[in-house]
Design a protein around this ligand. Structure first.
Ligand code: AGP
Length: 612
């Protein structure tokens, strides 16, 4: 998820483009850049570098750009380490065209090979750069609008782009397919942006581009067409959000926005990893040789916090799909204990940030013992990804809320797909069985959407329980880690003591805690251990414990046990953590809001724990 801003008008473009980027930093901030058509020179000039927008601002103070036409970009890398060469904007071979892009071009590798054969010189590792060279290819004896139209006709994947050319100083062009892009309509000036906050100081009259639409902007005019060139009439809408609200997409907190982003992220992730209906799972950056994966005897998963809980779910997934023993440990223990691992061990290090000190140390220890390390990470180019033998990026976009939500379900999805990939490599599961699982997995985003449609009721149920002084979360089998994760979500943003437990362990201690002052969240989805969960609930009721149950839609028995139930759609037990996570995230969120806590920046916590 990156941030795009474009400007055409009478004013100094640099100031408007830079201020716009500052408002979009929540969309990505590992590198940024700006390009303007220099005043009176009719040539394009670029300033771009890794780091936050502040670094670009400092660079522009030393080396400012003139001109009143320009584009700018703040990046959340998906292809190519965050560095100067990979930062946007990108230029064609002749330096006449500049492009910024948000999205993923799935067929960039073959396009890049073809363009190189045609003589184009590439300067970056990004997928974006193929766009500007395609425009260059079609720009000969043509106009920018036509060249952009032809270029995007070659692209597969998701994109929002902005393009300018020194040959047409009166044009700013945008196009949208799969990533957001809006037009800001001003007086004698017009704007492009990924999101409204970037341009709200200049105009609140917005045209929201739909899929397959191109915007051709001059100072005086906005013309919208579809990808075939057919004119589309659109009337600007006036937005009255304040900036902070707009950065959260109208949600009151980033955490709630990110909870609601999960189905879309999962859908996009599956589409980039499963190229065809029954095609193989594709991991571009997973560089551990298949021969080596065939010979591993054991897997160790190392992580912290929410990532650790994802690893625990991963144990159930990989052991059931691949038949390989999996140990899971928190990084701070793994890094100091005697490690019985060697080159036949695969260590999977899971980290949203890729900068967690304990997990980095664990990965280092693992490699020192001869094991190969596979990183599952959300931040491209982060330290962990550079210190691992293979990487699976979760592509969840920047997670701003300190409490991890979308990164967690993206980590789970990476583990599911890795397990199917590994089962295919090792032949432990027939391809038709794998395809059947993948088919079901493709249906999960829709099921998550169904849960989110019920979030108002989940919010009300949460508020009814926000006065409880402590919570116990109980789960079994693959949802035992879901119970741990649900407890962590609640405690870290509401500060209510909450602990997750294997439900079968209740009688070995926690049952002493049960009384009318404690709320007990029971994960009782359809499963081979469902009846055991019913027994647990009977024991809790007998002691006046207050139960909130997560159960499977259509379960008619559960209401005999408990009034407060959140239903999730029926799916295989294997995939149920991807559904159970959402009501548990919403429960924590609404209770924390009810208690007046700072949901996005809880006390004492950091988004990335880069110290021991
Ligand atoms: C999760 O909600 C917490 N913010 C925290 O436990 C986090 O999961 C942990 O610090 C690990 O971070 P990482 O995934 O960036 O390594």
């Amino acid at each position: 998820m990156c941030g795009i801003v474009g400007y055409i008008g009478p004013k100094d473009a640099q100031r408007l483009l830079l201020n716009g980027l500052k408002r979009l930093e929540y969309r990505g901030y590992d590198s940024s850049g700006i390009c303007t058509l220099l005043a009176n020179k009719y040539s394009l000039s670029i300033r771009k570098l890794p780091g936050k927008v502040k670094a670009l601002e400092n660079l522009l103070k030393k080396k400012p750009l003139s001109g009143s036409l320009g584009i700018s970009h703040t990046r959340w890398a998906t292809h190519g380490t965050p560095n100067q060469a990979n930062a946007h904007p990108h230029m064609d071979c002749r330096g006449e065209i500049a492009v910024v892009h948000n999205g993923i071009i799935e067929n960039y590798a073959q396009l890049k090979n073809r363009l190189i054969k045609e003589g184009h010189k590439f300067r970056s590792q990004t997928d974006t750069e193929v766009i500007v060279h395609l425009i260059e290819k079609f720009y000969k004896n043509s106009f920018l609008e036509e060249a952009v139209r032809k270029a995007i006709g070659e692209l597969k994947g998701a994109f929002a782009i902005a393009a300018i050319s020194s040959r047409e100083p009166d044009k700013l062009i945008g196009a949208r397919l799969g990533s957001p892009l809006i037009v800001g309509v001003g007086e004698g000036e017009n704007f492009l942006a990924s999101d409204a906050p970037a341009i709200m100081d200049s105009t609140r009259d917005i045209i929201f581009l739909n899929e397959n639409e191109i915007a051709v902007l001059t100072k005086e005019e906005v013309r919208i067409t579809d990808f075939s060139g057919k004119r589309i009439n659109k009337t600007p809408v006036r937005i009255n959000w304040d900036v902070a609200q707009a950065q959260k997409g109208g949600f009151p907190h980033f955490m709630l926005k990110e909870i609601n982003e999960q189905p879309g992220i999962l859908e996009k992730f599956l589409n980039t990893r499963l190229k065809r209906e029954n095609g193989p799972v594709v991991f571009e950056e997973q560089c551990i040789p298949e021969e080596q994966l065939k010979n591993i005897k054991g897997i160790e998963i190392v992580a912290c916090g929410t990532a650790y809980h994802a690893g625990l779910v991963g144990k159930y997934i990989i052991e059931s799909i691949c038949g390989i023993p999996v140990c899971v440990d928190v990084s701070s223990e793994f890094r100091y204990r005697k490690l019985l691992i060697d080159k036949q061990t695969l260590v999977i290090a899971i980290s949203q940030s890729g900068e967690t000190a304990d997990t980095l140390a664990g990965a280092k220890e693992a490699r020192a013992h001869g094991a190969s390390v596979l990183a599952i990470c959300n931040v491209l180019g982060s330290t962990l990804t550079r210190e691992s033998d293979g990487v699976i990026y979760t592509h969840a976009g920047p997670e701003i809320g300190v409490a991890s939500t979308k990164a967690y379900t993206a980590q789970l999805t990476s583990l599911y797909l890795f397990a199917f990939y590994l089962a295919g490599v090792r032949g432990t599961l027939a391809q038709d069985k794998i395809n059947k699982y993948l088919q079901e997995l493709r249906g999960i985003p829709q099921m998550q959407e169904e849960i989110l449609k019920n979030q108002a009721a989940i919010g009300a149920l949460s508020r009814r329980h926000s006065h409880f002084g402590s919570f116990l979360y109980l789960g079994r089998n693959i949802n035992y880690p879901s119970a741990l994760e649900g407890a962590l979500k609640l405690k870290e943003i509401s500060y209510i003591p909450a602990e997750g437990y294997a439900a079968g362990e209740m009688k070995h201690g926690p049952i002493a805690l049960i009384d009318e002052y404690r709320a007990v969240v029971c994960i009782a989805c359809e499963s081979k251990v469902y009846e055991k969960m019913i027994s647990n609930m009977q024991e809790i009721r007998a002691r006046n414990g207050k139960i909130i149950a997560i159960a499977t839609s259509g379960d008619t028995k559960i209401k005999d046990q408990v009034r407060e139930v959140v239903f999730v759609p029926r799916c295989s037990e294997l995939f149920s953590p991807l559904l159970v996570a959402l009501p548990l995230q919403l429960l924590a969120y609404h209770i924390a809001v009810k208690r007046g806590c700072d949901v996005d920046q809880p006390r004492n916590l950091a988004k990335s724990v880069t110290v021991e």
